[in-house]
Structures are given as structure tokens and as C-alpha cells.
Ligand binder design. Structure first.
Ligand code: CTP
Ligand code: CA
Length: 224
């Protein structure tokens, strides 16, 4: 089945979307990261562009083509993602955070490749917490009118999403269960719950394309 035609109901809106994983350097050749494919964020970017929005996609390292009509800015670390997001904030109407940001990074990245000493002894890495890009944007004095987060959970998705909605000052949270192989990281399908202060609505399982349009339909309702 092909997508139904959508009118340009997001014309004149600047939508900024974060997507993919971040990579946090351990040394020049190693990093900490996660299994995010970036597919959900790239699909949302494509769908928003189809609906006439001006789309900026801030992408971590992923293996995906840039959707037609989308401006793409590549980043690697959470700190770069924060800086690039703040650079976009003043012109942004709708901010959507789909990125799987590494919650922690090595306290310092070694300047040279770390060598093993061969004795079989342990190596410890000290990790420090990364900035929360979504919460920073949502609590900023220049806050975009609409700020949407995702919540990747392995249990009690709806309850945790409600907590994130309040804690991060969001307009809505898209919750999904990443413990499920069929709909989680890297999958082409997704099953989500749209969570706002006034209630929640499940959607799917459906393709990420259809999930994207469901989310944009609801964002449209929020802004009108
Ligand atoms: N997020 C972010 N910056 C971070 C961590 C998360 O912008 N440093 C955003 C994600 O892009 C997502 C939302 O916050 O939209 C929720 O991410 P998630 O990992 O589910 O929540 P956390 O707040 O990191 O809490 P936890 O991982 O402990 O559940
Ligand atoms: Ca997290």
C-alpha cells in the first residue's frame, strides 16, 4: 500500500529532528554508543518534508540516505548534538527528539590509543552524565512552541513516558518498547503510544512511515 496524499499542512513550519545514536570517544579509535539505527527520525523527517515543512535533521552516525528536501547536519557526540540543536533553536517551531543519546560519556577521552598491559588486570572507565538535549531545549528561554520527546522503555512504557513528559517540560512523548525485536531498534515497523498531559493513544504496529504521519497528525492538532 502506498501513502495517502497529505496536504502541505506543515508549510511555514520549521521542524528540527534529532536522530540516530551518539558516539562518545574513549580514545582516538574507540567509542561508547548504542544500537539506534536512526530509522524513526529519518522517517519523521521525510514525512514532515512531504507535508511541506522546512526540516532540519540533526543526525548521529547512521547508514541512511538523507530524505528529499531535508537539511541534514551530522554530529557525533552528545555535546555536539546539544550545540547544533541550540544553534537551530531560534528559528524552530517544532523540536522532535528521536536521538538515542548516550546517557554517559568517558570523563576524558584519551589523546592516544589506550594500550593493554597484557597482565589480565581490569581496566576501569569513569563515565560522567551527558547533557540532556531535549530537556535543555524544552526549558530554554527561546523554547520552540512545540517540543516532543521519545521514550525508549523495556517495561511500563506509558508510566515512564508520563514521568518524562513532566520532568522535561514536553508537549508530548512518543513511548515505545525497545525490548521487542519486531518493533525496536533497527526494525522497519513500530508500535507506539502517544502520551500527553490529557491522555494517551496507542498506534500500530505499523510501518515507521505510517507512525510518522500519525505523530505529525497529532502534532498538527496540538498546534492548532
Ligand atoms: N534525550 C536527550 N538527551 C539525552 C538523553 C535523552 O535529548 N542526554 C532525549 C531522547 O532523544 C528522547 C528522550 O530524551 O527523546 C528520552 O530519552 P530516554 O533515553 O528514553 O530517557 P532518559 O531521560 O535518558 O532516561 P532513561 O534513559 O534513564 O530512561
Ligand atoms: Ca537515556
Amino acid at each position: 500500500a502506498q501513502a495517502v496524499f497529505k496536504q502541505a499542512d506543515l508549510a511555514n513550519k520549521h521542524i528540527v529532528i534529532t536522530a540516530g545514536p551518539t558516539q562518545e570517544a574513549i580514545d582516538p579509535v574507540r567509542y561508547l554508543s548504542n544500537h539506534s539505527s536512526g530509522k524513526m527520525g529519518f522517517s519523521l523527517a521525510a514525512a514532515a518534508a512531504e507535508r511541506g515543512a522546512q526540516v532540519t535533521l540533526i543526525a548521529g552516525p547512521v547508514n541512511l540516505p538523507t530524505p528529499a528536501g531535508v537539511q541534514r547536519l551530522d554530529i557525533r557526540s552528545a555535546e555536539q548534538l546539544l550545540k547544533t540543536s541550540l544553534d537551530c533553536i531560534s528559528s524552530c517551531d517544532i523540536f522532535i527528539a528521536t536521538a538515542a543519546v548516550a546517557d554517559y560519556r568517558p570523563a576524558e577521552a584519551a589523546e592516544q590509543k589506550i594500550k593493554k598491559d597484557g597482565s589480565g588486570s581490569e581496566l576501569s572507565l569513569t563515565l560522567i552524565e551527558n547533557p540532556d538535549i531535549l530537556a535543555t531545549v524544552a526549558k530554554h528561554s527561546d523554547r520552540p512552541k512545540t517540543v516532543i520527546g521519545f521514550a525508549a522503555e523495556t517495561q511500563q512504557a506509558e508510566q515512564y513516558a508520563q514521568q518524562k513528559l513532566k520532568r522535561k517540560n514536553l508537549d508530548a512523548v512518543v513511548a515505545n518498547d525497545v525490548s521487542r525485536q519486531d518493533i525496536g531498534f533497527g526494525a522497519d515497523n513500530n508500535e507506539i503510544i502517544w502520551v500527553t498531559q490529557s491522555g494517551s493513544e496507542p498506534f500500530g504496529p505499523a510501518t515507521k512511515h505510517d507512525v510518522s504521519h500519525f505523530i505529525l497528525d497529532h502534532i498538527n492538532t496540538l498546534i492548532h
